[in-house]
Every structure is written in structure tokens, then in C-alpha cells.
Ligand binder design. Structure first.
Ligand SMILES: [Zn+2]
Length: 104
């Protein structure tokens, strides 16, 4: 086991998972650069993740459409919710915003 630092989240990964993680990150990078092939790159990254029994890193997890594997387009904030809409299939993803609780 060794420690891999990613976006200030320290994740413990095994040696077997180090290479797939590298591949996943490279594929997402390529998807950003070549938008025409984004769906293929992301599908491949998700396949690699499932075969190596690991999650897509949190930083990348919210950046693609889970239905059609394309990169998500516009992001809006509405009623303390982060709303992301897929430009290809129109799927809407909503996530609660993390807000700090008030001190009484
Ligand atoms: Zn979609």
C-alpha cells in the first residue's frame, strides 16, 4: 500500500490500482482536449475503473454524464442545488451544495 494525494484528499490505493488510476486520469484529460472522442474516452475510463474495482476520482466523477458518457455542459446553481445538464441527451444531475451550518 502507498498513499496517493489527489485534490487534498488522501486516498489509499494498492499497487494494482495505481496504473488504472493513471490511465483514467489520462483518458479524462484526452476527453477534455478532444471533445469529439470524449464519449469513447470516458466509456473506456469507466470500463477500466470497474475492471480494477475502483471508483472514478471524486474530482472527475461530476464531470461526465452517467447515461451517455459525454462531458457535461452547463452548470447552474438553483435553490442551493448544483444543476448540471447534459448537452447530448439532456439528462439533469442535481447535487446539494455543501454549505456551512450557522452558529447560533
Ligand atoms: Zn448525456
Amino acid at each position: 500500500m502507498f498513499i496517493y494525494a489527489l485534490d487534498s484528499n488522501i486516498i489509499n490505493i494498492t499497487m494494482k490500482q495505481a496504473k488504472p488510476l493513471e490511465q483514467i486520469e489520462a483518458l479524462f484529460e484526452q476527453a477534455q482536449l478532444h471533445k469529439n472522442y470524449a464519449q469513447r474516452y470516458i466509456k473506456l475510463a469507466r470500463t477500466i475503473a470497474s475492471r480494477s474495482r475502483m471508483h472514478i476520482p471524486t474530482r472527475l466523477r461530476g464531470s461526465y454524464c452517467k447515461k451517455c458518457n459525454s462531458l457535461l455542459g452547463r452548470t447552474r446553481i438553483r435553490n442551493r442545488m448544483i444543476v448540471k445538464v447534459c448537452n447530448v441527451c439532456g439528462t439533469v444531475r442535481r447535487k446539494k451544495m455543501v454549505t456551512h451550518t450557522k452558529i447560533a
